[in-house]
Write a protein that binds this ligand. Sequence first.
Ligand SMILES: NC(=O)c1ccc[n+]([C@@H]2O[C@H](COP(=O)([O-])OP(=O)(O)OC[C@H]3O[C@@H](n4cnc5c(N)ncnc54)[C@H](OP(=O)(O)O)[C@@H]3O)[C@@H](O)[C@H]2O)c1
Length: 304
Amino acid sequence: MVSIKTVAVLGGTGNLGTHIVQELLSAGFAVTALTREGSSSTDKLPAGVEVKTVDYTSFDSLRAAFSGQDAVVSVVGTTAVGNQKIAVDAAIAAGVKRFIPSEFGINTREVRDRPIGKILAVKIGIVDYLQEKAKENPSFTWTGLTTGSFFDWGLQLGILGINPKDQTANIVDSGNEKWQASNLPQIGKGIVGILQHPDETANKYLATASFNVSQNEIIAIVEELSGSKLTVTSQSSAELRKIGEEKLAKGDYSAFLDLLRVHNYADGAGNALSEEKSANKLIELPYEDVRSTVQSWLSKAGAI
Ligand SMILES: NC(=O)c1ccc[n+]([C@@H]2O[C@H](COP(=O)([O-])OP(=O)(O)OC[C@H]3O[C@@H](n4cnc5c(N)ncnc54)[C@H](OP(=O)(O)O)[C@@H]3O)[C@@H](O)[C@H]2O)c1
């Protein structure tokens, strides 16, 4: 039975990474945050974490930093996901037992042949590479994690289309489609759950969620808690898909947000996480409550 006690986190200073570092520390893992030379974000790291500087493009620098680590969790930002191949090679050379790549979004295993899969090609390639490397090195394992949308983060940034300040909402199609969503601390707990269940999670691509939710459900909760009606506008998924695909044809990767909205919200999209596909039970990760998440967001935003 594999035991994981020491964990190196790449990108631990980021939006999601800080939550992963915090949850790993709270669960008793010895955590080392690896950060780029000159990173201005190390003040975001909680007390109790060791901090080491690495050169993400150097095999030797990464191998030295991974020495003595049981697991590497990569939470590098989207622009840096291509650097992970060298990190995988360095992890194997350092004797790391488990590598978790920077996935944390839609299930990239299922979109390889779709337009959105073109934008996610680098992430898809890293999981392919991990599969190949784990076959060659049986003591090296990996786990991928799809979490769906960052829900608390998305609400705060307004990218879920709900704006309680100006009392508006923009939905896709009917707004009734449910999709997979996760709060950032919950994803941190999911990483803890994976590393506490190393045998059950080895060489698997897993899916977890805080909950499945629809745009109309969020709107109903906002209206109930704030006591005001939102002005709701709707866009058709066919129109959004066309906009996204036209942008993509011109090499404009801002298409991602359009195609992501179609992926999640279009009527019939079918991207809610089914109980059958969910790994929440496997890693003992409880589901969360949509209403209390929305309530906490409204309260912090001063909207209730
Ligand atoms: N599901 C969703 O809704 C959703 C939303 C956003 C992101 N994501 C995914 O979640 C993962 C983490 O995203 P995030 O938003 O947490 O990441 P982020 O905050 O943008 O970046 C995380 C860290 O990556 C490090 N980094 C290394 N090389 C970098 C480079 N070349 N440019 C910029 N940063 C670099 C930085 O750490 P140092 O400065 O310490 O080196 C940074 O703090 C990614 O896979 C992303 O695609 C999912």
